[in-house]
Write a protein of this length. Structure first.
Length: 168
């Protein structure tokens, strides 16, 4: 299995990028077909997915080691950020605050508040972030999102470590 990381690093990054696009498409399906409204933390996770998809896609576009390593590190950072936000949302769902109120939507926060006030509001979570409107095999969207971000992070990390070890 680890030989695949050595023999096909560009394919692995391309698969990660494709998986992100599939997850984004599923999120759009849940929003526009099923009718679930994303909370601010869900939207931040979408942006993290977009970042991972772009960085992994760019990393898979060319064969140079430096190119692959640079974009791989950027994808790792974006996936780690997405995992952090998904873990925070999962925590809020498992241990909801005593007084959960529905907050503004993401775009309303950005338009009406300065960035220094909007960013903490986004990560604080609102009543919508605590609600579990959809689940699969006992896990909420945030739980599954965390698992996917963690798998992507581990795959990119193994790819980077194996690539760095081969360079020596």
């Amino acid at each position: 299995m680890l030989q695949w990381f050595d023999n096909a690093p560009r394919r692995i990054l391309a698969l990660i990028s494709l998986a992100c696009v599939a997850m984004l498409a599923f999120g759009m399906y849940l929003q526009h077909v099923v009718g679930l409204e994303p909370c601010p933390m869900c939207i931040v996770q979408r942006y993290a997915l977009i970042g991972v998809a772009i960085f992994a896609g760019l990393g898979s576009a060319r064969g140079g080691r430096g190119w692959l390593m640079g974009w791989g590190i950027a994808a790792l950072v974006a996936a780690g950020f997405g995992a952090f936000v998904a873990a925070r949302q999962s925590w809020l769902q498992w241990y909801p605050p005593e007084f959960a109120t529905c907050g503004r939507d993401f775009y309303g926060m950005i338009e009406n508040y300065s960035i220094s006030r909007a960013v903490p509001m986004i990560f604080r979570g609102s009543g919508d972030c605590v609600a579990v409107d959809w689940s699969f095999l006992g896990g909420s969207i945030a739980n599954w999102s965390f698992i996917c971000f963690a798998i992507m992070s581990v795959a990119v990390l193994v790819l980077l470590v194996r690539g760095a070890a081969r360079r020596r």
